[in-house]
Structures are given as structure tokens and as C-alpha cells.
Design a protein around this ligand. Structure first.
Ligand code: PLP
Length: 392
């Protein structure tokens, strides 16, 4: 069978590949400590589950009407964005999708034509470049450095923009680096954006997981101009431990959101109706579970960061949000006889039974990603093993 060129050129998700190998080893009875997870190790809050049960009982099991999202879910998104992000939107600015990933997919396919350029700061979340390529677009990477916490500066963005630039993707807090952009940094980038005809895709899927009382803002909230040029993307997945529910949303300019809705109507027909009812409860109901998770992630971030930075040859940007550390481990490569993050991760899994994700998948081969969506006990155990591995 001859598969399409489109799918043949597509890379497998590296995060899923590592989890698969770790799962195989576990199935063989090997005690693997997994730092590969991209999802919270908490359960979905009870009030959200109850809302889904109620929706099913009430017969909300048909197609989503309209396919772009039920009115109650769109209103709940407007309420959340107003309450937490200082963003005022009407329901017509909002689309509800089957997970945050689908939002990205729709936005990229609604905007990018063959040959169009999309600016993606590295490290990036693995799916951005692949989705851009699927649309026939060209990912243009801006290589970040851990020496300044991978923060993109206005001149980096200005230099990357050409007349083919259609979109600029920004993720804060970041997967994989765990670094958050602060308001002044976003405002400086917004100043560059407003000089150019491009759309900002602001991925704010970790917006509630920011540490130490610090506060960031939405890119769209930095100025009136930024508001007009931004699609704000979010999902219930990380904030409410709902990765398997597949429920995401975005808000932005009406023509773009409408185009995304058109694509959605010809592909998935939208998110499951009862999960949309659960989203309403997640966004507008009791928020205490979010704070419990945030505090716990913050505690784990401190432990992982402190221990990693004390290891020889390891340098780590301080995590300020999400649930990842992204240390630079290139200082250990020569001693371990490895050539990059892929062989480092492989050796670590084989020799010390610890699963991490090679940074090459995120555009930074000197790094590996460790998720601390794991118990303190597992984190301590995994870090003990890494310490031993680096000394061996
Ligand atoms: C930065 C970022 N954006 C989007 C997504 C997709 O989220 P979802 O599971 O809602 O599709 C993820 C998931 O890992 C992510 O880390």
C-alpha cells in the first residue's frame, strides 16, 4: 500500500514513543521510574465527573449542536477568559474542540497555505512543526538558549519575520521548559507583532499552573492590537486533569474561529456533548482542586530543580509553571559516551530504568524533559537513580 506523502513525512510523537518503550519494560517486570508523562497524575475533580454523569442521564448524548460547541460551553469559556485572563469575548469568538491539540490543528489549517511561514521558538511543543508541515507550511525556528531561560526577545522575533510569515506560536508556561513569560516580556513581543500582519497563536494550556504567587497575563491582554491579532488556546486537559476527556477551546477573531468551525464540521463534528457539559462545570464550578494541584506541582518543581542543578554537568532553567524540568545535560555526554539527547535517554532507560524524553524532539538536543507529574516518592527514587547513573 502506498501511503500519502503527507503522512509518510510526518514524525511519530517522540513523547509517546518513550512512554511506549518504558511501558514495554514495565510489562517485562522491570521497575521503571517514568518522567515521560505529559499529563497530571491527579484524578478529574469529583464535581466535574458528576456534571458529566448528569449530562448523560439528561440525554445530552447526541451530536454537538452546533458542531463548534454548545452555547453553554461557549458562555463558560467567555466567563473564564473574563474572570481569569482579562479578556472579553462573545460566544461567536469561541470554538470548543476535542482537546487543545484539535484547536491547534484547526487554527493552523485555517490559516496556513503552502509556503507560508510559521515562527516557532525552540524548544517547542512537539506537534507544532508537524502540524505546520501537514498544512504545507514552513516552520521557522528561533533557537532559544537555557542561559536566558529560553526567552525570546523582540529582536529575535523581528529578525525572523518575513513577508511569508503567517503565524507566531508562543506557549507560556512552556512545555517542555516549564518557563513562563512575564507581562513586560509579552508586551515587548506584542510591540513587534503589531507592526506586522500575522496571527499569534497563544497556547495557554498551563495558564493556571504558575508558581510562587507570580502572575502572568494572556498575550491577547497585553494591548488592544494584540487582542485583535491573537487566538488564545486552552483546554481542560492539564488544569482539571482531564486529558482523556478530549476537551479544548480557543477564542479570537470571528473570521478565523468561523473557519475553524467549518473545518471541524467536516472532520470530527466537534467535542462530545457531555464532555462539553463537564467543561462548563470545570470552568465555572468549584476551583479548589486546581489550587491543590498547583501547590503540589510547585512543591515537586522545587525538589526536582534543586536536585538536578546539584548534579555534575547538569544545568536547568528554573521551572515557573506547567509540570516539567528541562535540564541541559550536554555536560555529561562525553563522560557517558553518548552523542545527544536520544542516546542519553536510551542509556538512562537501559542502565538506570528512568524514562525521560529526549530534548531533540522539542528542538533542543542538549536537553531532556522530565515531567514531575509523579509522586514525591517516585521523583526522589528517579532522581537517586539519575544521580547514580551520572556518577557511574
Ligand atoms: C503546550 C501544549 N499544547 C497543547 C497540548 C494538547 O493538549 P490536549 O491534550 O488538550 O490536546 C499539550 C499537551 O501536551 C501541550 O503541552
Amino acid at each position: 500500500m502506498e501511503l500519502s506523502q503527507r503522512v509518510t513525512a510526518l514524525a511519530e510523537s517522540a513523547t509517546l514513543a518513550v512512554s511506549a518503550k518504558a511501558a514495554r519494560m514495565k510489562a517485562e517486570g522491570i521497575d521503571v521510574v517514568g518522567f515521560g508523562a505529559g499529563e497530571p497524575d491527579f484524578d478529574t475533580p469529583e464535581n466535574v465527573k458528576q456534571a458529566a454523569y448528569r449530562a448523560i442521564e439528561a440525554g445530552h448524548t447526541g451530536y454537538s449542536k452546533p458542531t463548534s460547541g454548545i452555547p453553554a460551553a461557549k458562555r463558560a469559556v467567555c466567563e473564564k477568559l473574563s474572570r481569569e485572563n482579562d479578556l472579553e469575548y462573545a460566544p461567536e469568538n469561541v470554538i470548543i474542540t476535542a482537546g487543545g491539540k484539535m484547536c491547534l490543528y484547526l487554527a493552523i489549517h485555517a490559516l496556513v497555505d503552502p509556503g507560508d511561514e510559521v515562527i516557532i521558538p525552540a524548544p517547542y511543543w512537539v506537534s507544532y512543526p508537524e502540524m505546520v508541515k501537514l498544512a504545507g507550511g514552513k516552520p521557522v525556528f528561533i533557537q532559544g538558549s537555557d542561559e536566558n531561560d529560553f526567552k525570546l526577545e523582540p529582536h529575535h522575533l523581528r529578525e525572523a519575520i518575513t513577508e511569508r510569515t503567517k503565524m507566531f506560536c508562543i506557549t507560556s508556561p512552556s512545555n517542555p521548559s516549564g518557563v513562563t513569560y512575564w507581562p513586560d516580556e509579552l508586551r515587548a513581543l506584542a510591540d513587534v507583532v503589531k507592526e506586522n500582519d500575522l496571527l499569534v497563536l497563544s497556547d495557554e494550556i498551563y495558564d493556571r499552573l504558575v508558581f510562587n504567587g507570580q502572575k502572568s497575563i494572556s498575550f491577547a491582554a497585553t494591548s488592544e492590537g494584540a487582542y485583535k491579532q491573537t487566538l488564545t488556546l486552552n483546554a481542560a486537559s492539564k488544569t482539571y486533569a482531564m486529558t482523556g476527556w478530549r476537551i479544548g477551546y480557543a477564542a479570537g477573531p470571528v473570521p478565523l474561529v468561523k473557519a475553524m468551525g467549518k473545518l471541524q464540521s467536516q472532520s470530527t463534528s466537534g467535542a462530545a456533548t457531555f464532555t462539553q457539559h463537564a467543561l462548563v462545570e470545570a470552568l465555572t464550578g468549584d476551583q479548589s482542586a486546581v489550587e491543590t494541584m498547583r501547590v503540589e506541582f510547585q512543591r515537586r518543581a522545587v525538589l526536582m530543580y534543586d536536585r538536578l542543578t546539584a548534579m555534575p554537568g547538569v544545568r536547568c532553567p528554573k521551572p515557573t509553571g506547567a509540570f516539567y524540568c528541562f535540564p541541559n545535560v550536554s555536560g555529561t555526554f562525553d563522560r557517558l559516551g553518548v552523542t545527544g539527547s536520544g542516546s542519553f535517554a536510551d542509556k538512562l532507560l537501559e542502565d538506570a530504568n528512568v524514562a525521560v524524553v529526549p530534548g531533540v524532539a522539542f528542538g533542543c538536543d542538549a536537553h531532556v524533559r522530565l515531567s514531575y507529574a509523579a509522586s514525591m516518592e517516585q521523583i526522589e527514587k528517579g532522581l537517586d537513580r539519575i544521580e547514580g547513573f551520572l556518577k557511574s
